[in-house]
Design a protein around this ligand. Structure first.
Ligand SMILES: *Cc1c(COP(=O)(O)O)cnc(C)c1O
Length: 379
């Protein structure tokens, strides 16, 4: 089945009790057992729930994976992957990460004896320099947030395989419509479902998708034992959101392309970050591993100090100033004071997360209105 058909149908059969076409919201914490252990495969909703199960099958199908696990947030999903590790283990990851990932690595898991290497991944071969016998996990994000660096997933996967290291890819920015890391050799795909997958800024959720049965068992154990699993109402909202994922992504990409082109030559824009430009440092890799370039764009404003950047960020009429991304509505974000506040300034400066940087999540409104809004805000 092709992508759009899977987004609408995967994991979803007419409800056995009523024939309902849409998977019902099974709003129950527990399930009747005829005699102890004699049940229909559902015992307690922390571990299994039919609405969530349908969603997990759909999510797995979209990433061409065998297994899917939904979590109550993207960070909950990341937390579960980290709990595969033990004290003394080492992780190699990028130096341009989602702020919350950086925070959970440095402020939580570092305290449990896990060592993190934050490295430049523009050249995938850099990874080799940090591999040793304690390396158990490589964690990458591509495109990166917010500077839209592209990491060569296939090359990192080859290094991971050769050294028997797990590779997890945070695929939130691309969405499975644009990129499927498992097809490129990754072991685990992580999503903040909150973003493009949910797509309507009304749910916080995370997910892991993977193929390996043993690894699935270990992750399912953590998922059930630690309990960061989402409820049936949120699962339903995401099932509903997924049905238009392919349509939304097409529109995000098309609007993103027009807005990136408009901003590239704008006199107030000093630098623009979008992987669709041929002069993007890793444009060729983006072209190879992604099907299009998405609607996430960052810009550094020319000659703008923090006050001027704040003034511009607050002067939009269609774009809303807010954290998050990937919804149908366009958002603007100031990474330094919002999503990336938890990353120290020295680290931010290294990768270009400067005071004058704004990140756009281009929505699916009429592009003429978005362009008009940018024109007036940057005037
Ligand atoms: C939002 C986000 C996360 C965290 O997900 P939550 O659902 O907010 O917990 C992780 N990675 C990336 C790239 C994100 O954008």
């Amino acid at each position: 089945m092709k992508f759009g058909t899977k987004a609408i149908h995967a994991g979803q059969e007419p409800d056995p009790a009523t024939g309902a076409i849409m998977t019902p919201i099974y709003q129950t914490s527990t399930y009747w057992q005829k005699s102890p252990g004699d049940n229909k495969g559902f015992e307690y909703s922390r571990g299994t729930n039919p609405t969530r199960k349908a969603l997990e099958s759909c999510l797995a199908a979209l990433e061409n994976a065998k297994h899917g696990l939904a979590f109550s947030s993207g960070m909950g999903a990341t937390d579960a992957v980290m709990k595969l590790l033990s004290p003394g283990d080492e992780v190699i990851t990028g130096d341009d990460l989602y702020g919350g990932s950086y925070r959970i690595f440095t402020k939580i898991f570092s305290n449990y004896g896990i060592k993190f290497h934050f490295i430049d991944l523009n050249d995938a071969q850099n990874v080799k320099k940090y591999v040793n016998e304690n390396t158990k996990l490589i964690w990458i994000e591509t495109p990166t947030n917010p500077t839209m660096q592209i990491v060569d997933i296939e090359s990192v996967a080859a290094i991971a395989k050769a050294n028997n290291i797990l590779l997890a890819v945070d695929n939130t920015f691309a969405s499975p419509y644009l990129q499927n890391p498992i097809d490129l050799g990754a072991d685990i795909v992580m999503h903040s479902v909150t973003k493009y997958l949910g797509g309507h800024s009304d749910v916080v959720m995370g997910a892991l998708m993977l193929n390996d049965d043993e690894l699935y068992k270990r992750l399912w154990f953590i998922y059930n034992a630690c309990g960061a699993t989402p409820g049936p109402m949120d699962s339903f909202l995401v099932l509903r959101g997924l049905k238009t994922l392919h349509l939304r992504m097409k529109a995000h990409c098309e609007n993103g392309r027009q807005i990136a082109q408009f901003l590239k030559t704008h006199p107030r824009v000093e630098k623009i970050y979008w992987p669709g430009f041929t002069d993007h440092p890793n444009h060729d890799i983006a072209k190879k591993q992604m099907r299009d370039f998405g609607g996430m764009i960052s810009i550094a404003l020319k000659g703008a100090d923090l006050n001027e950047t704040f003034r511009i960020a607050s002067s939009f009429k269609v774009f809303s100033l807010a954290e998050s991304l990937g919804g149908v509505e366009s958002l603007i974000n100031h990474p330094v004071s919002m999503t990336h506040g938890s990353i120290p300034k020295a680290e931010r400066d290294k990768v270009g997360v400067t005071d004058n940087l704004l990140r756009l999540s281009v929505g699916v409104e009429d592009v003429e209105d978005l362009l008009e809004d940018l024109k007036q805000a940057l005037a």
